[in-house]
Design a protein around this ligand. Structure first.
Ligand code: UDP
Ligand code: MG
Length: 312
């Protein structure tokens, strides 16, 4: 009997699922999310840990999480010292996770816990695959700007970079521990996880999903945040903008040579040239700022407190 229960325990631990949930002002969603997630985990008899990352919330997210951690020893909390962004929250969750399978899901119920479980099952059934990634089949209409910009961004980054991103692919994923180990071994600053997933490789299966509308609260994306996120992705994985500047410069040199003979440069051409120079300087500046940020070696996040990680 003892032997059997030991075996059963070991088997379930070797299948343990870590669920990472970045939370920024999700006070109204936490309990609904937790109940739904727990129901799905229990139905499937999964050994699990729920790692909530409180990303500097200014509402009652932390209190809600602490209440959960008191009643469920599988609830763990990483409490950041301030808002560091979803990328940092996901990184911290990955670094602290201990499951053989890892997953990332939003707290706002746009991504369904039941979908996560079916993604986990898919991964278990298909030994060949290391990552199951959900991609948005149709875009939610609560974020119109994103619906327009995102497809353009995917087209551009796939053209100019050495990573390949599937349009609509999200951070909503389930993957093996080996993939997590590869990801956290990269020590770069200003992370762009979708690109990193593509860069580390592994066999990925893409499954379509339709995001639900956000349960409570609003999306944290503004136009500026979206553009910066896209720019960061391109700068992180491509030198194409620098090459582009170079080719434009060559083109202009040729034009200038012709101009010595035909004299067709007017003040309009000069203004245009000035604008191009400004843009070129800014592009170089973006790369320099990336180098600068990495040179400073500041961590991507600061943890104020860890709760529940010593539970047995
Ligand atoms: N999030 C976070 N830090 C932030 C912004 C968002 O941890 O600075 C979390 C947020 O609480 C949610 C997830 O990341 O669980 C996705 O955020 P959001 O719903 O705003 O993005 P969208 O669904 O619109 O892409
Ligand atoms: Mg959302």
């Amino acid at each position: 009997m003892i032997g059997k229960s030991y075996l059963r325990k070991e088997r379930s631990d070797s299948m343990k699922l870590s669920v990472i949930v970045p939370c920024y002002n999700e006070g109204l969603n936490i309990n609904v999310f937790y109940e739904d997630m727990l129901k799905n985990l229990k139905e499937n008899k999964l050994s699990y840990e729920l790692i909530f990352v409180n990303d500097g919330s200014t509402d009652d997210t932390l209190e809600k999480l602490k209440d959960l951690s008191v009643k469920d020893k599988n609830v763990k909390i990483i409490n950041f010292s301030r808002n560091f962004g979803k990328e940092a929250a996901m990184q911290a969750g990955l670094e602290k996770s201990s499951g053989s399978y890892i997953s990332i899901i939003d707290a706002d119920m746009q991504q369904k816990p039941s979908t996560l479980i079916s993604m986990y099952n898919k991964l278990i059934e298909n030994k060949y695959y290391d990552v199951v990634c959900a991609y948005r089949e149709s875009r939610d209409d609560d974020n119109k700007i994103k619906a327009i910009i995102a497809p353009l961004f995917y087209k551009l980054i796939n053209k100019v970079s050495n990573v390949n991103l599937v349009s609509g692919a999200s951070d909503f994923r389930v993957f093996k521990k080996e993939v997590k180990d590869a990801i956290i071994s990269l020590k770069e600053n200003n992370r762009f996880l979708k690109g990193i997933f593509s860069w580390v490789g592994f066999n990925t299966i893409y499954v379509p999903y339709t995001p639900d509308v956000r349960l409570y609260g609003t999306s944290k994306w503004s136009l500026l945040k979206l553009v910066n996120y896209g720019l960061n992705g391109i700068i992180s994985f491509s030198s194409f903008p620098l090459y582009l500047i170079f080719y434009i410069a060559i083109f202009y040199v040729l034009l200038a040579l012709l101009n010595t003979i035909f004299n067709f440069f007017g003040y309009r051409t000069m203004i245009f040239l000035l604008a191009l120079i400004l843009i070129s300087i800014s592009i170089v500046g973006l790369y320099i700022s990336k180098i600068y940020n990495n040179a400073l070696k500041r961590p991507n996040y600061i943890i104020k407190e860890l709760i529940g990680f010593n539970n047995k």
